[in-house]
Design a protein around this ligand. Structure first.
Ligand code: LHQ
Length: 254
């Protein structure tokens, strides 16, 4: 259900149930979670890409698996999607969600959860949950209002509106849109550029930014002073300074 490929420090995890638009069954969610943890622990991996096979990114929960009178939604979320989103957010490595097609429901949440979001021109997102009278989950109630504000988030959720790639770019739901024909190659090239950046500094940057999402300016200033020490003590910083003095590009990959 998940294809794993590593090239030039980039670990690509590809959701692979294309005929179901990569709808998420337990196997897919748990395998993706394990692969994210494995990528986090593997020193040869500098950037993680989550993308998908076929014309869809992820159609959310596989609805074939959760019908019946007494679905334990709380247990389901706590044992599947919530550990997945935590694994994705907790890795110190940059995660790119490369949204190649429709991202619906929990698939939309997954698409929003990356540090960098790259979309194909034909990709779209829908907070489809209200179509089946559920609430947005897997982090969408946290991610979306931080990106577009409370009111626009509510409207997108209430009507399950489909957001196109061009609109996503304007709304800040993605950083770049690439042509469909070259999408996976463009994502790989982008990821390799990111993999050449200083890994320790990016890890600390993620830590500071994530803390800032829930903290005050005073908290952020305190945090910066502590984490800057860690960055400044690293070989990466020395290399950056030497490269500047010698007027050459820095080499942050050992
Ligand atoms: C699917 C699915 C799918 C199975 C397309 N399941 N087969 C929920 C419950 C419990 C606990 C926790 O959390 C959640 C979180 C959630 O994610 S709730 C939201 C679940 N997702 C949906 O409600 C989305 C349902 N799908 C759609 O609305 C459409 O398929 C979208 C808008 C994604 C794509 O539309 P189209 O491009 O028109 O494709 P399609 O509808 O023709 O789908 C293609 C095939 O994929 C089709 O199968 P078939 O055998 O007819 O070719 C669909 O049945 C299947 N598929 N989504 N979630």
């Amino acid at each position: 259900v998940i294809l794993v490929d590593t090239r030039s420090g980039v670990r690509t995890l590809t959701l692979n149930r294309p005929d179901k638009l990569n709808a998420a069954n337990n196997d897919l969610i748990l395998t993706l979670t394990r692969e994210l943890q494995a990528a986090d622990a593997d020193d040869s991996v500098r950037v993680i890409v989550v993308t998908a096979a076929g014309r869809g990114f992820c159609a959310g929960q596989d609805l074939g698996d959760v019908s019946g009178d007494h679905v334990d939604f709380t247990h389901h979320l706590n044992t599947t999607y919530n550990p997945l989103i935590r694994a994705l957010r907790n890795t110190g490595k940059p995660v790119i969600t490369a949204v190649n097609g429709i991202a619906a429901g929990a698939g939309a949440s997954l698409g929003l959860a990356g540090d960098i979001r790259l979309w194909a021109q034909s990709a779209a997102m829908t907070q489809v949950f209200s179509n089946i009278a559920l609430i947005p989950d897997s982090g969408s109630t946290w991610f979306l209002p931080r990106l577009v504000g409370y009111h626009r988030a509510f409207e997108l959720m209430a009507f399950a509106q489909k957001v196109t790639a061009d609109d996503a770019l304007k709304l800040g739901l993605c950083e770049h849109v690439f042509p469909d024909e070259t999408f996976h190659a463009d994502v790989q090239a982008y990821a390799e550029r990111l993999a050449a950046r200083p890994a320790n500094a990016l890890k600390l940057t993620k830590q500071a930014l994530q803390a800032s999402m829930t903290g005050t300016l005073d908290d952020a200033l305190d945090q910066e002073s502590v984490l800057q020490q860690k960055a400044g003590d690293s070989w990466e910083h020395k290399e950056g300074l030497s490269a500047f003095a010698e007027k050459r590009p820095a080499n942050f990959v050992k």
